[in-house]
Design a protein around this ligand. Structure first.
Ligand SMILES: NC(=O)c1ccc[n+]([C@@H]2O[C@H](COP(=O)([O-])OP(=O)(O)OC[C@H]3O[C@@H](n4cnc5c(N)ncnc54)[C@H](OP(=O)(O)O)[C@@H]3O)[C@@H](O)[C@H]2O)c1
Ligand SMILES: [Zn+2]
Ligand SMILES: [Zn+2]
Length: 350
């Protein structure tokens, strides 16, 4: 018998999230049943609840920065046992045999199944996310949370952490690299911490005054107000890699000249057309690139979690009750969060 659990769901792009009940399946042989303790609030949850990308289905239970404890496991599961501290990110399944899957890059698999709004490959049900009491996930998509990491602070690693870690690793950031991050929000603050821990010289581009002290504490050695042309001029031809986390349409032209020859600006924030904002000349004259990057694979996510365990890296979180999610979405739109909301799922029982 499936287990009926409490959750919060959006029923249309214009309505607030409200309490909702959903069924979690009985564990299959490879499944892990997880009691959700905390769930981070990603800007993608808001984009999905409000159908910003045009592909949302309703009702939808968002949440893909899931931290919990194992309640039980299917009979074929050997990696996890009841009581283990585990996490689930943006993916819960993939095809397992394409080139992307073989390379451990399940996020680029055509059959990748997202944690919410995806379609289960076995029973064809629509997946529902972590704004809920429990989740049931195949063991291959369950991550181990290193001992010593605070569970609340670890939740955002499952999306904000891996989404910024993956490009840092792909573009081989290390000692001596010059990295810039655009936007100090959920993704941005993880990017600062991770780039710093990898040994890079780190700069923050922000349009907001007043984030300087936080940015420095998180690892930025330099802070550039992106709305000030003289500050932008001072960092021309400086960066090997820029990680751009801005969620909405914005102009890339001011950032491109700040890349060195062969430098790359990687978009992880905005998804959609930016063509009128792109000028090829800084690319042609200095072989610069504009790229994109999507979350990260499961192996890479575990690597990132283990790195964070070793270096004591967690997210700056503001813990909220499930009932406060709609206010949290509004505050996130105003960049009024330092730097990630995390829902304490115990509040859902109340
Ligand atoms: N590629 C992926 O796999 C992936 C994974 C997760 C999330 N995402 C996407 O990444 C984006 C960021 O997510 P998040 O959770 O980090 O969001 P967030 O916490 O809201 O942070 C976004 C930051 O961008 C800056 N910003 C916001 N609106 C802006 C605007 N109109 N113009 C310029 N700067 C603006 C702000 O920083 P300042 O105040 O410092 O300027 C803000 O703090 C979202 O679109 C999300 O869907 C992508
Ligand atoms: Zn996310
Ligand atoms: Zn695949």
């Amino acid at each position: 018998m499936p287990t009926n659990v409490l959750a919060y769901a959006a029923h249309s792009p214009t309505e607030a999230l409200v309490p909702y009940r959903l069924d979690r399946r009985d564990p299959r042989p490879d499944d892990v049943v997880i009691e959700i303790l905390y769930c981070g609030v990603c800007h993608s949850d808001l984009h999905t609840a409000r159908n910003d990308w045009g592909w949302s289905s309703y009702p939808i239970v968002p949440g893909h920065e899931i931290i919990g404890r194992v309640l039980e496991v299917g009979q074929a599961v050997t990696k996890f046992k009841a009581g283990d501290r585990v996490g689930v990110g943006c993916l819960v399944d993939s095809c397992h045999h394409c080139e992307a899957c073989e390379h451990g890059e399940e996020q680029y698999c055509d059959g990748a199944v997202y944690t919410y709004g995806g379609v289960d490959r076995h029973d064809h049900s629509v997946t529902q996310g972590g704004y809920s009491q429990k989740v049931v996930v195949s063991d291959k998509f369950v991550l181990r949370i290193p001992d010593g990491l605070d569970l609340k602070g670890a939740a955002p690693l499952l999306c904000a952490g891996i989404t910024t870690w993956s490009p840092l690793r792909h573009w081989k950031v290390g000692k001596g690299s010059r990295v810039a991050v655009v936007g100090l929000g959920g993704l941005g603050h993880m990017a600062l911490e991770l780039a710093k821990a990898l040994g890079a010289d780190v700069t923050l581009f922000t349009r907001s005054k007043g984030k300087e002290a936080d940015a420095q504490r998180l690892g930025a050695e330099h802070i550039v107000l992106s709305t000030d042309p003289s500050q932008m001029e001072a960092v021309q031809s400086r960066f090997d890699l820029i990680i751009d986390t801005v969620p909405y349409v914005h102009d890339l032209k001011p950032y491109m000249p700040t890349l060195r020859t062969d430098g790359t600006l990687v978009l992880v924030g905005y998804i959609g057309a930016l063509d009128s904002c792109l000028d090829s000349s800084p690319m042609v004259f200095r072989r610069r690139s504009v790229a994109g990057s999507l979350i990260g694979g499961i192996r890479e996510t575990q690597e990132m979690l283990d790195f964070c365990g070793k270096h004591g890296i967690t997210s700056d979180v503001e813990v909220i009750r499930m009932q406060d999610i709609n206010e949290a979405f509004e505050r996130m739109l105003k960049s009024d969060v330092k730097y990630r909301f995390v829902i304490d799922m115990a509040s859902l029982k109340a």
